[in-house]
Design a protein around this ligand. Structure first.
Ligand SMILES: [Zn+2]
Length: 293
């Protein structure tokens, strides 16, 4: 398998262009394809025009640097590559970065509340589910911030949705968010839990009474099997091809004793779209799974 064959199926909105391919960048909220993928001398080249570092793009794809080489089992010097060590905690440097970014955060502001409202969500509900406002998120302006916690409860990072993104990315993350996820209240322990890609989808389901974990992407996290053990899991990733593929992958790693169902979005892309377009239908959908009144 070439490196490009490894990378392209994991991307959304892939188009062939003269010098390779373009796709939407998985590391930021990207509507206009800004990730270029090239191929050169036995390796894949990634470049996000929105400014995401390659490591962050790889992290969002669930790949390592070595996976950018056609032969990902040896180093460029021909030595066998050891499997990557499993990581469960941020480094000291990462913790400092996260703490620096979180210094700008506080309770949800009027501007943050207005943004949430535009997405069909109340600020009060967000505030009780690990959502904050930032006056100047990563020095890019005001944002609504979703905390990412490890299954043990440590804040490992956060994703900020910029309120005035201009031309740049709409969402910017800090810290090794793959070591955790955005989780709504009681989502780490409740007997029924939904898994989504985006925080807004998790929050949309939570306000309808379904605790949810947002993976902040489609990459499957190594801690998932343990966190989901013996629970009832509703796979609520997006209704498109990568979302369905992610649901299948999560399903394949669920441990014995875990029950699961795939949520269908009946024509909508995801939970938040359904909440905005037909609020009652999301509530009814959730109740059809949770057995609520
Ligand atoms: Zn990017």
């Amino acid at each position: 398998m070439t490196a490009v064959d490894r990378v392209l199926p994991r991307l959304r909105g892939v188009k062939k262009v003269a010098r390779g391919w373009v796709a939407t960048c998985p590391a930021h909220d990207d509507n206009d394809p800004s990730l270029s993928v090239g191929e050169e001398h036995g390796r894949a080249l990634l470049n996000c025009f929105g400014g995401c570092p390659t490591l962050r793009v790889l992290e969002a794809l669930g790949l390592r640097m070595a996976d950018l080489f056609d032969d990902n089992t040896t180093t460029p010097g021909g030595h066998p590559l050891p499997p990557p060590p499993p990581r469960t905690e941020p480094t000291a440097k990462e913790r400092d970065r996260v703490a620096w970014a979180l210094q700008t955060t506080g309770p949800i502001t009027d501007q943050g509340a207005a943004y949430l409202k535009s997405r069909g969500l109340e600020a009060d509900a967000a505030a009780s589910n690990d959502v904050l406002s930032s006056a100047n998120w990563i020095e890019r302006g005001p944002a609504v911030v979703f905390l990412a916690r490890s299954p043990a409860g440590e804040v490992v990072g956060a994703q900020g949705r910029l309120l005035d993104p201009g031309e740049g990315p709409k969402a910017l993350s800090i810290g090794p968010t793959s070591l955790g996820a955005y989780a709504t209240d009681s989502a780490w322990s409740h007997k029924i839990v939904a898994i989504t890609e985006a925080p807004l989808d998790a929050l949309s389901l939570a306000v309808c009474g379904l605790p949810s974990i947002a993976l902040l992407g489609t990459a499957v996290r190594p801690w998932l099997p343990e966190a989901l053990h013996a629970r009832r899991v509703l796979l609520a990733t997006d209704g498109d091809v990568p979302g369905t593929a992610a649901a299948r992958k999560i399903h394949s790693m669920l441990p014995k004793g875990t029950t699961f169902e795939r949520i269908g979005w009946s024509g909508c892309k995801d939970a938040n779209e359904m909440l905005q377009e037909v609020p009652d239908s999301l509530l009814r959908l959730v109740r059809s799974y949770t057995g609520g009144p």
